[in-house]
Every structure is written in C-alpha cells, then in structure tokens.
Design a protein around this ligand. Structure first.
Ligand code: ADP
Length: 295
C-alpha cells in the first residue's frame, strides 16, 4: 500500500506561435487542460503500475477540484483523504510556443493548506509500505509526514522538486532520494551526477539520480554505484517522465522487488510515457509495462 502526500493541480495550457511580452496580447492556437501536480501524477503512475495507492492532498471548491478528484478516482487512486477546502484549486498556467519552449506560473491554491497532518493522515501513513513525497506543498507538511513515517518505520521516497534547499530534518527522515540531474546539482553544487550522488549519500542511505534519455544512476552507502540505461525510444513529450518513473518504481518496491533491479522496470514505464503526449494521460498500465519489459 502506497501513500502519496503532495500537490494536485489543473494544468492550463495555451499554445501560441510566440509567447507574449509584458503588456502584449497574443492570440493562441489552442487551449487544453490536463490534470497535474507532481503528487497526483506520482499517485496515478503508481496506481496504473499496479499498486494500491491513497492520495493525501487538497483541492478547492471550484470546478477544477471536482474534475481532479474524479480523474484520480478513475485512475483507481483512493481519494478519501483528499480534502476539499474553500477557495481555488491549484493551477499551473503554461504558455507553450511553437519552438516547444514554455513559461509557467504555478498558483498553489488549496495545496498551500497542506501544512500539517490530520490524525487520519497519520493513521494512513502508519499503515503504508511506502510514502511518496515531493516539494509542491508547504515544507512543514512534507517534514511532518517524513518524520511520522520514520517514527513508524515506513520507507520514505522523496522527489526534491521543485529544486530548493532542504531542511536537515527532511533528509534525515528520507530513505530514498530521487532527484533529476538538475535537482541533484542544485542540492549539492556538484554538476556531475556521480559526484552529486556520492555527496548525497552523506545525508540519505540510497539515491537515484534520473538522467533523462541517459537513464538513471543508483547509489547506496557501502556499494558500487549502478547505472541503468533507458530504453532507446523516440520521445514526443517528456512531461511527467520523472513522475512516471517514481510512481512505477514505488509500485515495484511496494511489491518487495529490490533496488536496483526495480529500476529497469521503472525505466521501461518512463520510456513508454515519453512516447505519448501529456503527463498523467501518457502513463502506462501494468500490463503494458510488463509486456515492454519482456520484449
Ligand atoms: P524529470 O522528468 O523529472 O526531469 P528525467 O528527465 O531525468 O526526469 O526523466 C526521468 C526518467 O524518465 C529517466 O530516468 C528515464 O528513465 C526516463 N526518460 C526520460 N526521458 C527519456 C527519453 N528521451 N527516452 C527514454 N527514457 C526517458
């Protein structure tokens, strides 16, 4: 049983030939909405990969809140502890230009209320095999959850995104840290992923650095680092690749599959997701991952 504490956003995407400058108005080609937020994305990825998943989070009293709850329900994610709080749901306002470049404003909305745990949240985390955390909700909430998990022997997996300095008590309560290359560099000041992973092992027992098309790097205290290549595929949209990777990895770990062997399966899942457009919409189901992993 996997518990995710994190963000739930509606991504609002305008596709434009060229992004507007300050004071300028441009006409867009198309507008689309996508369920998002790193917390919800990891929850959906883990559920599709075959895990039993509960999401602790918050949506607002607007229509986006209802839509996001429904989307999570349809993905098989338990939303009993997803609260609805007065006000706006979290939104990401994204402008994508014809070169594929983007500019993003995130308004946390309801996510900003996740500053601590309820008794219900604590009981759910205590019962979990694995707790997944990211940094799109207030740090106080993340730290409270990590500490509670540590006190009750629940393995905690932290994706340190968006990149920021982390309080020592958060790393102290983290079992497995999964930064991408940029986050690993931001956390350590070391541009080389091997050096960054090595430095992070001073703080946490296990680290996986994701390396985009290059795959991932696993490092653990007292063991030789292992590089796991990514399958060679033609990527059409890498949004959410990291969340797919973490969700699938969590599903495998939750079934008792050991690291680093679970990394190959997670890479297969992420490689499937980058071959399709969208973030959560592109996440593969277990049968697809198993089929691709055997091929
Ligand atoms: P994030 O999406 O958080 O920036 P990465 O870009 O490192 O993270 O991607 C996460 C994982 O997704 C990688 O470790 C890899 O397994 C997979 N992945 C990402 N891009 C590709 C790609 N072009 N081809 C194959 N796999 C990919």
């Amino acid at each position: 049983h996997i518990v995710v504490l994190g963000s739930t956003n509606m991504d609002l995407v305008a596709y434009v030939p060229e992004a507007p400058r300050r004071g300028e108005t441009v006409t867009g080609r198309e507008f689309r909405t996508f369920p998002g937020g790193k917390g919800a994305n990891q929850a959906v990825a883990a559920a599709r990969a075959g895990a039993t998943v509960s999401m602790i989070g918050a949506v607002g009293t607007d229509a986006f809140g209802t839509q996001l709850r429904t989307a999570l329900d349809h993905s098989g994610v338990d939303t009993d502890l997803l609260r609805t709080v007065e006000g706006a749901t979290g939104t990401a306002h994204i402008v994508v230009d014809d070169d594929g470049g983007n500019a993003i404003v995130v308004v946390p909305g309801a996510n900003a209320t996740l500053t601590g745990l309820t008794h219900g949240d604590e009981a759910l985390i205590t019962s979990a095999d694995l707790l997944l955390l990211q940094l799109e909700i207030p740090l106080d909430g993340v730290v409270a959850a990590a500490r509670h998990a540590r006190e009750h022997g629940v393995r905690t997996v932290l994706t340190p995104a968006p990149a920021q300095q982390l309080p020592p008590e958060l790393l102290d309560a983290t079992d497995l840290l999964i930064p991408n290359e940029h986050e690993a560099a931001a956390l350590t000041g070391a541009a080389d992923p091997h050096a960054a992973a090595h430095a992070l092992l001073d703080r946490v027992p296990e680290v996986v650095v994701t390396l985009g098309a290059e795959g991932s790097l696993y490092a653990a205290r007292g063991a030789e680092p292992v590089t796991v290549p990514a399958p060679r595929v033609t990527a059409v949209d890498t949004t959410g690749a990291g969340d797919t990777f973490v969700g699938a990895l969590a599903a495998a770990l939750g079934e008792g599959r050991p690291l680093p062997s679970a990394l190959g399966w997670a890479s297969t899942a992420a490689a499937l997701s980058v071959q399709r457009p969208g973030a959560a919409a592109a996440m593969p189901y277990r049968t697809e991952i198993d089929a691709a992993a055997e091929a």
